[in-house]
Design a protein around this ligand. Structure first.
Ligand code: ADP
Ligand code: ASP
Ligand code: MG
Length: 404
């Protein structure tokens, strides 16, 4: 393991020139005792602005050009942050994805990292210069610009940390660490000192946007210790630990939720071998992520097949199901876009029962109707009405005494 630390700064952390100046101080300070590599996001609001600009000439802009455009926010902040460091007498150089060969697949807007030129990064460090690398961007084998999905700078940072064998990856953001749930929804949510990789994988996968799921997957696969901390306040943040906490395992460690979801139901579909594959195969080929898959008990050889996808995939799903309709029969396609998911996560669920019944009781007492329930060893996910999510999260946070 090298003595390098990768520091990633999110959008709010570099949201203004004043913030960029403050971040430059954090980097300068850390560089006095460690070798530093920096990954930076676009200034807050910038990516959203670029996304709406792209939609000006039609709802479905060309995918290649879309990524070429929305990736530019990171280019701005990397150059600006480098200038801020120069003004403080620190040697630094900005790098785009192309310049460090951040090679990805060619699935625009959802590209996956394949490889990165660690020699290039190492040669900059050996020159006593801090590389300031654009997050979120990638480049295909043929030199086209891609992006890694919203929140993708986290993944850039952890992937680089893995590739250069860094000692740790520090994700600087606008909260003091990972909380029991989003502190914007539950004001007395509690900051955790540490969380297991397994729990973080589930929380991120179920919508805790504090770190992108792919970043946690990289950290887990390549055993990169990750710390989430604030660029606004000093503090030790939360360590995503590679080890289990053993006896101290919490029953419920955190609650995640995901809005912007749609529930897709194929009603009256034939219950024969291969039907699920005929439905989900083409969806998976289109690289659309499907969650909470439920098939009902069949009546007269017909059943209902339901799953959830992200709202951004709704149009693509409709097109795919139209094609599927030529291969399998069903009565109706029902799409409900007013739903959301709420998930409780805790490694302690493995050894203790009762979480599910306690959850359902608390929600029923508060008139929250559960439409679908799905469980894994350390997680319970429920599909509920979107406008009841905040209430459900607050009720469950209290029920499991996560503020204590
Ligand atoms: P950045 O721009 O630094 O990448 P993000 O907005 O992507 O920041 O992620 C940080 C936000 O994640 C926080 O402001 C908080 O609202 C939200 N969040 C959701 N769940 C959690 C959680 N469990 N702990 C901390 N923050 C959370
Ligand atoms: N700027 C990108 C976004 O807003 C990537 C990131 O912030 O991680 O999604
Ligand atoms: Mg983020």
């Amino acid at each position: 393991m090298s003595n390098i630390i990768v520091q990633k700064f999110g959008g709010t952390s570099v949201g203004s020139v004043e913030r960029i100046d403050a971040v430059a101080d954090i980097i300068k300070n850390a560089s006095l005792s460690e070798k530093i590599v920096v990954v930076v996001s676009a200034m807050s609001g910038e990516t959203n602005k670029l996304v709406s600009l792209a939609k000006h000439f039609g709802d479905n802009p060309d995918k290649r050009e879309f990524d070429a455009l929305v990736s530019t926010g990171e280019t701005i902040s990397s150059a600006l942050l480098t200038m801020a460091l120069h003004s403080k007498g620190v040697k630094a150089r900005s790098f785009s994805a192309t310049q460090i060969s951040m090679k990805t697949t060619s699935t625009y807007s959802k590209a996956k990292i394949l490889d990165v030129d660690s020699n290039k990064i190492m040669s900059v460090i050996e020159n006593d210069t801090i590389p300031i690398i654009t997050g979120f961007q990638g480049v295909t084998e043929t030199g086209d610009i891609t992006t890694l999905g919203r929140g993708g700078s986290d993944t850039t940072a952890v992937a680089i940390a893995a590739q250069i064998n860094a000692k740790r990856c520090d994700i600087y953001t606008d909260v003091d660490g990972i909380y029991t749930t989003d502190p914007k929804i539950v004001s007395n949510a509690k900051k955790l000192d540490s969380i297991t990789m397994e729990e973080m994988l589930e929380l991120a996968g179920q919508g805790a946007k504090v770190i992108q799921t792919r970043a946690v997957e990289f950290a887990n696969k390549y055993k990169v210790p990750v710390r989430v901390l604030s660029s606004f306040n000093e503090g030790s943040g939360t360590l995503i630990s590679l080890e289990d906490k053993g006896m101290e395992n919490a029953l419920v460690s955190g609650i995640a939720f995901q809005k912007n979801q749609v529930k897709v139901t194929l009603h009256g579909v034939e219950d024969t071998p291969g039907t699920a594959f005929k439905i989900l195969g083409p969806i998976s080929d289109a690289e659309i992520e499907v969650d909470v898959i439920v098939q009902n008990v069949s009546v007269d050889g017909k059943t209902d097949f339901t799953f959830t996808v992200s709202t951004e995939d709704q149009e693509a799903i409709k097109g795919i199901i139209e094609d599927i309709n030529q291969k399998i029969e069903f009565k109706d396609l029902i799409i409900d876009s007013e739903i959301a998911k709420v998930s409780l996560v805790g490694v302690g669920m493995r050894s203790q029962s009762g979480v599910a019944s306690k959850t359902f009781k608390a929600l029923s007492e508060n008139d929250v109707n559960i439409q679908i329930i799905s469980t894994s060893e350390i997680k319970i996910t429920m599909v509920i009405k979107e406008d009841e999510v905040d209430k459900a999260v607050q009720v469950l946070h209290k029920e499991f005494e996560l503020d204590k």
